[in-house]
Design a binder for this molecule. Sequence first.
Ligand code: HEC
Length: 422
Amino acid sequence: MEAEIAGWLAVAARFVHVVAAIMWIGNSLLFTWMELNLLPPAKKADGTPKDDQLLGYLDMLHGGGVFHLQKRVLDPKAIPVPLHWFMWQSYTTWISGVVLLVAVFYINGGTALLDATKTALPGSGAIALSIGGIVFGWCAYDALWRSPLGHFPRAALGVSFALLIGAAWFFDQFFNGRAVYLQIGAMMGSFMSANVFFHIIRNQKKFMASLESGAAHDPKYGKAAKTRSLHNHYMTFPVLFLMLSAHFPQVTSAEWSVPILAVIVATLMWGKHMMNTRGHNPNWLVSMLGALVLAGIAIGWMLVLPGDAEPAPVRLEGKTGEPAVAVDPLAKAGAKLFISQTCATCHQAGSSQLGPSLNGLYGTTVLLADGTRTQANESYLRESILQPQAKLVKGYPAAMPSFAHLKPEQVDELVAYIKSLQ
Ligand code: HEC
């Protein structure tokens, strides 16, 4: 019942999350685009501006008319009404994202975050790490950009990037690949919303308060907000990729998933930067495509690089949370295969789960799509792996690919692992 409620909660939260994120990111992209494409205001013969309240202007064709847009200094005596603010797209994205994180990863005790082949950490520890990462990550990022280093954007960017990849490496010691990508995405997404809440909107409020008290337009508030707004803009592409990564099991389950994450984040930020410079940089397209090709080569190389020859020591846990006594070495090897062969992507609880959970399957009776029943014994498990379409589980799509290319001993290992999942 709990799992069912969590499932429906995830459906609702995911839909709201995607719609709100589209609205927020759409705004971010459009506002930055307008900012970059503003034309300088006209000047009089003596070089002084014709209209000293005008910062720039732009004409846009849309919907059967021209939007003649002006960016102006705000006159405290003539504050326009209504004056639109943009924040709820961001807050709605964040709130629905938190609900989704709970419904997909936290509600079933946090074990969906973990990789049993890497750690014996309990699910509650995984949830604590995940929440701690978001809170601590924000404090570190915010402190870094408030510190004197923040005046040297390139250095601060380098340190921020190194910290982010360090965090991915840290989470990779405990979490499965999909959870690592989602965790880093959730951290960056939270930084973006916190930027809106703590910097952008707060500065806009101060700005409006100063105007309402009759003071002249002070650009200092806008400047502070603009830095964070630019950070958000550059984070959009990487966050989108990370949030969609549950659909990219080839990437998240790769042996080198953390270095691959680093390449992807850096390339997407660079690509966005090149798109932003296209007005004055004749080489922007070459530079963007070149970076994509280089990233493709680097990732392709990392995908074929061999991982650790020895499987990592495995500490599987029994259902009670106690380490299972005398873990079968076959099951240990099977646990590793279960991840490297992407079985986990479909069979582990979570957003892209296509197949049934295999916990406690062995020894039960399975109801098949044709209405018959079968015993989940060793030969059934073996057949499910080699010829998945031979017997389809009722209620599930015929979506499992055949793993007939596996060596017989690998199939034995997988079967031993599934048997150990009690
Ligand atoms: C693309 C998603 C996908 C992948 C990858 C995948 N499976 Fe499946 N699996 C399914 C689906 C969907 C079903 C249910 C339909 C069926 O019976 O084929 C299923 C069914 C099963 C069953 C029968 C479950 C039951 O309740 O009777 C077993 C056992 C199984 N898979 C093991 C594996 C193993 C081991 C791997 C990795 C080698 C794997 N699967 C990879 C989607 C997947």
